[in-house]
Design a protein around this ligand. Sequence first.
Ligand code: NAP
Length: 317
Amino acid sequence: MEKTLLGPSDLEVTKIGLGAWQFGEPTWGWGTTHSEKEAIEIIHQALDLGINWIDTAEVYGNGISEEVVAKALKHRRKEVVIATKVSGAHLRPVDIQKALEGSLKRLKTDYIDLYQIHWPHYYVPLQDTMATLSKRVDAGQIRYVGVSNFPVSLLKEASKAFAPKKIITNQVRYNLLQREIEKEVLPYCRRRGIHIIAYSPLAQGVLTGKYHSHQEIQKGPWGSLRLFAHEENFQQAEGVLEAIQKIAQERGVEPAQVALRWLIQKEGVVAIPGAKSIQQLIINAGASGWSLSREEMKMLDISSAHLSLTAYELSED
Ligand SMILES: NC(=O)c1ccc[n+]([C@@H]2O[C@H](COP(=O)([O-])OP(=O)(O)OC[C@H]3O[C@@H](n4cnc5c(N)ncnc54)[C@H](OP(=O)(O)O)[C@@H]3O)[C@@H](O)[C@H]2O)c1
């Protein structure tokens, strides 16, 4: 598996990590389509394939995701970079401390490799939040700090408050259908050496090509809450899906692999696809170890350059 150093840190991670929101979250079918046994198998298989990091959060399944990760890593903690997140509702110093202790307990570990602010809180001064995180780094409970869903303005403010320590990552939504970070966030992060961790890299399954209509998406997990469950958005996605399909067919790879490859081939970007089965995991890991040509990258760029999606979604996780 291809690896990279994560931002200005000594954390060497595979360009494809494993997202763990799927573990513990009923809306993703937890307890119906998959459960703890499958999740633990998926995590073990991920490590066996060479994937060396997992992204979770205190809010995923209300703590279940962190507990499942801990169960899977019982004898393998040292092999893995654990990234978790403090909820945006817990950014006051007293709340961070409580949240961190909760995550350490659920994860059954005495340190977190990458502790991320899940989303900003506009009424808690970032200075207080960053000062508390800095102390937790000094105490050895956190190795590195990242943020998530941060626009450039807040990233600048957080970086200033955290100096001389550095924020190493910004975890944001980024995939072939949702490229809004390319305007400001991606260029800024590249200039500052902050890695982008691309979440929803498969547009929550849409980029795998398994949905043939917006109605099919409505029947899947998240139902009509999903952006592409709306006809006008799905119609726009079709051109991108065709380009992906064409490249996948010519190369004899899976569409999901093309979509993920497009992301991780970009400078300063790693991706954390979620998986609900070993089969999905194996496909996603297969985005590593080969390259799209310059022409193929361009074709994908052009296919998705002018989407204008209607924003129905309620985002949240
Ligand atoms: N920081 C944040 O605010 C934030 C927000 C969202 C996610 N995240 C993180 O990012 C990770 C990934 O994002 P995501 O879960 O939103 O979306 P995603 O990775 O784009 O999509 C994951 C879903 O796509 C389907 N899938 C995955 N691989 C597949 C394959 N090879 N073939 C067919 N279907 C496949 C599965 O769902 P079905 O089988 O049900 O289709 C899976 O649950 C999460 O686990 C979480 O760690 C962070």
